[in-house]
Design a protein around this ligand. Structure first.
Ligand code: SF4
Length: 329
């Protein structure tokens, strides 16, 4: 999955990314300035400041030597003046070191540079394999994994940092990082994510479960997700149609599942047989069980005879649905 995910994301980024000035350079100084300006400030607000700032201080040496009044005048309007002061402090460190550091730890050690900025500079300017994690990326990850963890908790941040590091394309870290952030900024929006246009919708668990508008969760208490599902009982000569989970579902790999209505758009649905509730950690499911008929066997599904059905590992949800449908196992 990971390789295909990276390719789909990279293809989309190549075709759709916004043309921004800091995307046309690999100069660590320019990338650093853009990343600091973009912290807590919108892209459209940053654009004029970025150009003017670099005209005024075109090199790290110029920034290090600037008078504080000039620096603050160039920053005026962007707010958060501590960012400008830290920039100059770090510029002086860089000049004292004889040039921009080229290793992650050295970049991270600069004044005012945190994990995010260090990973952004390391990956974009030096092509080092460090994944960035900002609010946009966290939102995308929470939805991809249908993860209801509180994104303001440091444990969640740590978990997500590991997750995005796993997903990172080590051959194209700059493109991967920028693509994840761009996806969050333009498609996987906080409200009304544009899932129909999303290049990674195939791998998005929240989209499959219909929970994307409930995620990410922000706040101390972990909330539970309310999810509705429609499971189909499709029968042919006593055999039941099922599909088997592969390595993309590590926790349930090898288990058999009943089809969901969304997987079989050509199925003819009958009257619901009933519903049941099922909970897994913070996911509360309301499951409707509906009989259906099909004219052709769809790809990826198999018919299981009663004897095989009894021996097959079934997910609890499939087992409950079959019991409700009167198929005692
Ligand atoms: S499918 Fe929708 S929710 Fe999932 S990552 Fe894409 S835009 Fe976000």
């Amino acid at each position: 999955m990971t390789e295909e995910f990276r390719e789909a994301l990279a293809r989309w980024y190549d075709q759709h990314h916004r043309d921004l000035p800091w995307r046309k350079t690999r100069d660590p100084y320019r990338i650093w300035i853009s990343e600091v300006m973009l912290q807590q400030t919108r892209v459209s607000a940053v654009l004029p400041y970025y150009q003017r700032f670099l005209e005024r201080f075109p090199t790290v040496e110029a920034l290090a030597a600037a008078a504080e009044a000039d620096l603050l005048a160039a920053w005026a309007g962007l707010g958060y003046y501590s960012r400008a002061r830290n920039l100059q402090r770090a510029a002086k460190q860089i000049v004292a070191q004889g040039g921009f550091p080229r290793h992650y730890d050295q970049i991270r050690a600069l004044s005012g540079v945190g994990d995010y900025t260090a990973a952004a500079i390391a990956s974009i300017a030096f092509h080092l394999p460090y994944a960035v994690l900002d609010g946009n990326v966290m939102r995308v990850l929470a939805r991809l994994d249908n993860d209801p963890s509180d994104i303001t908790a440091s444990a969640t941040r740590k978990k997500m940092q590991q997750r995005v590091q796993q997903l990172l394309d080590p051959d194209e870290p700059a493109k991967f990082n920028q693509a994840m952030m761009e996806l969050g900024a333009t498609i996987c929006l906080p409200k009304q994510p544009q899932c129909g246009q999303c290049p990674v919708q195939t791998w998005c668990e929240a989209r499959h479960q219909g929970t994307q508008n409930q995620l990410p969760v922000k706040g101390r208490k972990q909330r539970s997700l309310q999810i509705e599902r429609v499971l189909l009982i499709v029968e042919r000569k006593g055999a039941i149609l099922l599909w088997r989970r592969g390595p993309e579902s590590p926790k349930l790999q090898g288990f058999w599942e009943l089809p969901e209505a969304g997987q079989l758009p050509s199925a003819k649905l009958g009257k619901p047989l009933g519903e049941f509730r099922h909970s897994i950690v913070n996911h509360n499911y309301r499951v409707f069980v509906v009989p259906a008929t099909l004219t052709k066997t769809p790809a990826g599904f198999q018919w299981l005879e009663p004897s095989r059905l009894r021996r097959a590992p079934l997910s609890t949800m499939a087992r409950k649905a079959l019991a409700l449908a009167g198929r005692a196992l």
